[in-house]
Design a protein around this ligand. Structure first.
Ligand code: ATP
Length: 199
């Protein structure tokens, strides 16, 4: 199966673009929500998290995200350990999922595609971009967060330019109607790439 990674910074429009692809019948793997689900359901992953961070990772209610966040807050080494446990589990899950899908290609949506090493598991990367001010406004409106908070999160991520430099395609998401047209064109290109690869 031909695999396409879709990435972009906060408020760029990854999910919006992926929703348009889903409407076109493309199978999309949302790595954020799958990672959360795996951390709750996957026994081997649960055991590894408890071994690394202690039994407080889970309560009777399930995964204690606050506890885990406190374990890694300001501790780069702990964060690396957490990622080293979760990312390989997501990669395995994505690969199993991808092989069970139909269609010319599948999509993996991830805000941290490059940072997590998932980029090496896909055949092509699409970077979704938007002007910073628009991203800030969208994220403030969606999350009810302050401008400073969003800007701080943007500064902690890779830049749009870095992502675009490493991507095969880049989509600039400003206006919704143009986005739909661009995604239709992207879909044709990706389908062509996938079919060419099979030949
Ligand atoms: P994050 O990484 O922050 O989850 P994302 O890249 O997945 O962000 P989306 O969730 O798709 O971004 O978009 C962020 C917000 O901006 C959403 O509320 C979405 O509805 C809105 N939005 C995205 N693109 C457009 C657009 N072209 N026109 C209007 N609103 C948009």
């Amino acid at each position: 199966m031909y695999k396409v990674g879709i990435t972009g910074g906060i408020g760029a429009g990854k999910s919006t673009l992926c929703d348009i692809l889903r409407d076109m019948g493309v199978a999309v793997y949302d790595s954020d929500s799958r990672a959360k689900q795996l951390m709750s359901d996957d026994e081997a992953l649960r055991d590894a998290l408890v071994e690394a961070f202690g039994s407080g990772v889970y309560t009777s209610e399930g995964l204690d995200r606050g506890y885990l966040a406190r374990c890694v807050f300001g501790d780069a080494e702990a964060l690396q350990r957490l990622n080293g446990i979760v990312h390989p589990a997501v990669i395995r899950d994505f690969e199993t999922w991808a092989e069970a899908q139909e269609g010319d290609y599948v999509v993996l949506e991830s805000a941290i595609l490059f940072e997590s090493g998932l980029d090496s598991r896909v055949d092509a990367v699409v970077a979704v971009m938007a002007p910073e001010e628009l991203r800030v406004e969208r994220a403030m409106q969606r999350d009810g967060a302050s401008r400073e908070d969003i800007l701080r999160r943007i500064r902690n991520q890779m830049s749009d330019d870095q992502r675009a430099d490493n991507a095969k395609y880049a989509v600039v998401n400003i206006n919704r109607e143009e986005l739909v047209e661009d995604v239709e064109q992207l879909h044709r290109r990706l389908s062509y790439d996938a079919i060419s690869r099979r030949r």
